[in-house]
Design a protein. Structure first.
Length: 244
């Protein structure tokens, strides 16, 4: 499958510059903008035409990113639509090992979707007939990033892995990487404690919660989405403000 750049996968600042050039019909200017902003001729070439290419994987960085050799240049690739556990969280090493076993040292086909603010291209990665992004999700080693309007088949694979308790879904209380990154210990922040078991229906608002851990428990275990107004996975902003 060949794809062009998906606007949702461009950093907002990049999207604004690219969109302006594209609307004005200056394809060359748009390519130059992306090349300078992201540092990859691969991304720039994809702006005005669908693009896919075969590249050799020279390094696997973690469970959802790798580095390919493109005409003698190292280009970092972020697997589109998925998010694997971080190294310092449960299943992080397992996700990294799984991606290594699938692609390390091999030629992969990249179906480009866009670029991000970290100078990476964002792509679906294929090796032979295997969709690597989908394979990691099907093994329960990656979440689907639903905020990016992912392919429906990825969502279905995640739900199937969850139902079958595969990989991280076998864990008692798996934490999505984007939440983990927000709550990891940093300057002025705190580390989350144990997430308790709660009785659904006993509390319904943030004013009734006593700790961030309790609020997270009600959000996850009871699907109490009303306490997560912005939908970022972190409830009760006042309680959880030090865990960002």
């Amino acid at each position: 499958m060949r794809m062009g750049v998906r606007e949702g996968h461009l950093d907002p600042a990049l999207r604004q510059g690219v969109g302006l050039a594209a609307r004005l019909g200056h394809a060359h200017d748009a390519r130059v903008f992306l090349r300078e902003a992201i540092g990859s001729a691969l991304v720039a070439s994809a702006l005005v035409a669908p693009w896919c290419a075969a590249e050799q994987v020279i390094r696997v960085k973690d469970g959802d990113s790798l580095v390919v050799d493109s005409n003698g240049n190292e280009v970092e690739v972020r697997l589109a639509d998925i998010d694997a556990p971080e190294f310092n969280q449960p299943r992080g090493d397992e996700a990294h090992a799984a991606l290594r076993s699938l692609v390390a040292g091999k030629d992969v086909r990249l179906d480009l979707i866009g670029g991000d603010a970290y100078r990476r291209i964002v792509a679906r990665v294929h090796i032979d007939d295997v969709d690597v992004n989908a394979e990691l999700v099907s093994r329960g080693l990656a979440w689907v990033r639903r905020a990016y309007d992912p392919a429906p088949e990825l969502v279905a694979l995640e739900e199937k892995a969850r139902a079958e308790a595969l990989g991280l879904w076998a864990d008692e209380d798996p934490v999505a990487p984007w939440i983990w990154r927000k709550t990891k210990q940093s300057d002025g922040s705190r580390k989350l404690g144990v997430i308790p078991e709660v009785e659904c229906g006993t509390k319904r608002t943030c004013t009734q919660m006593t700790t961030c851990e309790e609020a997270i428990a009600f959000l996850r275990q009871c699907k109490l989405t009303r306490i997560d107004g912005d939908g970022d996975g972190i409830p009760c902003e006042k309680l959880c403000r030090y865990y960002r």
